[in-house]
Design a protein around this ligand. Structure first.
Ligand SMILES: [Zn+2]
Length: 108
């Protein structure tokens, strides 16, 4: 695949489900110009979180749910990426224990 085709594929991956299924990472970039903190997270745990909570998975809606872990600014810029997740904490459940807690909360 050429770089251009690859770029278009990422540009078309506009919901967390598609990104998780494709095995892409999710780039989360703070839009506060004084901060600019960027993370690459695994899309799968975030997809699980959306499913458990019944959230809309389109990236435009996800922006509304997330905020910068460094400065707290809302509306980070979300984008599919080929880069592997960074070593920071995942967004969403990654262990059975976290899953159980999440499902309990979602029901209660
Ligand atoms: Zn920030």
């Amino acid at each position: 695949m050429t770089g251009e085709q690859e770029r278009l594929r990422f540009a078309r991956a506009l919901d967390v489900g598609t990104i998780a299924r494709s095995g892409y990472g999710l780039s989360v970039r703070c839009t506060n110009s004084k901060c600019g903190h960027t993370r690459i997270v695994d899309a799968q745990p975030l997809f699980d979180l959306c499913r458990a909570k019944g959230w809309n998975m389109h990236l435009d809606h996800m922006m509304n749910r997330l905020k910068c872990s460094r400065c707290g600014a809302k509306w980070p810029l979300l984008k599919a990426t080929a880069q592997p997740p960074d070593s920071g904490p995942a967004l969403g459940p990654t262990t059975d224990e976290e899953w159980k807690r999440l499902v309990r909360r979602a029901r209660g």
